[in-house]
Design a protein around this ligand. Structure first.
Ligand code: TRP
Length: 364
């Protein structure tokens, strides 16, 4: 069976380096691996609206930002189809039919949705659309017959829900091989990439906490953020022994540094282990490590920034990429919806045998 990728992001803000190590970098590698027949990258605006219904302007403003971040990170519209979720109405229709295959109590058990409800203080006023977004996400994935969904660990419950819907659908409607495909999640391999902490050492980068380094940050922004980054609060004098665990600068180095960075930027050390050992022993100051991290980050960010500058000169062209991608994606989703409706026996006009049987029923 050919391998197909679908994944995406809610356009609620610009993408940051946590998105980069957690997903974007991998997507670009997968795109360039040549192993996948098709790759769909979705800007999930409809899902973003499920908890931003009162703020559509935020979503509207961020679609172009996410698109620019994708393109500048190296997603290539010639190899990956970038689409906007709301431009594919077939997804909504699929969701409506899938809703019959999922129980309320099953949705209530989704740990990611549970955590999100708590975080947003929805409690008793959960929007139905938000509550059911795992079903809509199953539509996103199955509409493209995705075999492979590269996501972070927090999205595993959505993939599991999708697999259950596919099995239930096949069970109830048959539909034959391949009407719906059971997808597999593809998780980040490096532990450092699973969840990049904020620059303040907080568990997660988040816009509202102001602890993000954005892909679109200027070199000056990045420098300020790195130089004021959380390290080991007990590492006061250079001679003090330092801690690596929970030290954001080292967590970032785990995620971003490559062996060749040492030869290039910090030749006194052969590799990250040597640098860590010196820090633990004492005698290595934070500023020196931060300067190294800055060089390492800039090695990744400079080419991204340069590509962004190019695309920013042609915003209309970026909108055109999104329009073309959405149109192309819609063709695939429409085909799946046709298959789904046929399996569900709601394809009345294309079923000549059905019409004939009713003609026969009322024949004199
Ligand atoms: N829920 C994902 C997120 O919050 C975004 C998303 C929407 C998605 N549809 C998807 C991810 C389908 C993977 C597959 O980031």
């Amino acid at each position: 069976m050919s391998k197909i990728i679908l994944t995406g992001d809610r356009p609620t803000g610009k993408l940051h380096i946590g998105h980069y190590v957690g997903s974007l970098r991998r997507r670009v590698a997968l795109q360039n691996s040549g192993e996948f027949e098709k790759i769909f990258i979705m800007i999930a605006d409809a899902q973003a609206l499920t908890d931003n219904a009162d703020n559509p302007e935020k979503i509207r403003q961020n679609i172009i930002e996410v698109a620019l971040d994708y393109l500048s990170a190296g997603l290539d519209p010639a190899k990956s189809t970038i689409l906007i979720q709301s431009c594919i109405p077939e997804l909504t229709e699929l969701s409506f039919y899938y809703m019959n295959l999922v129980t309320v109590s099953r949705l209530q058990r989704n740990p990611t949705v549970k955590a999100e409800i708590q975080m947003r203080n929805f409690e008793t006023s959960i929007p139905v659309g938000f509550f059911t977004y795992p079903i809509s996400q199953a539509a996103d994935i199955t509409a493209f017959k995705a075999t492979t969904v590269p996501v972070g660990e927090d999205q595993l419950p959505m993939i599991e829900q999708t697999r259950e819907i596919v099995r239930k659908f096949n069970d109830v409607y048959g539909g034959g091989e391949g009407v719906l495909v059971e997808p597999d999640a593809l998780l980040p391999t490096e532990s450092a990439a699973r969840r990049l902490p904020g620059t303040d050492g907080g568990a997660k980068m988040s816009k509202s906490l102001g602890n993000c380094i954005y892909l679109s940050d200027t070199p000056a922004d990045v420098k300020t953020k790195v130089m004021s980054m959380f390290t080991d609060p007990d590492h006061i004098k250079i001679t003090d022994p330092g801690k690596i665990e929970g030290n954001t600068v080292f967590t970032y180095l785990d995620a971003f540094s490559k062996p060749e960075h040492f030869a290039e930027f910090l030749p006194d050390y052969a590799n990250l282990d040597e640098l860590k050992a010196h820090y633990k022993r004492g005698g290595l100051g934070d500023v020196k490590v931060k300067k190294f991290l800055l060089a390492v980050l800039e090695d990744t960010l400079a080419p991204i920034r340069a590509r962004r500058a190019e695309y920013q000169k042609d915003i209309a062209g970026v909108y055109d990429i999104l329009k073309k991608g959405s149109e192309l994606a819609r063709e695939t989703a429409a085909k799946t919806l046709d298959d789904v409706k046929a399996a569900m026996k709601i394809n009345y006009f294309s079923d000549a045998a059905l019409i004939q049987s009713h003609v026969d029923r009322y024949k004199g």
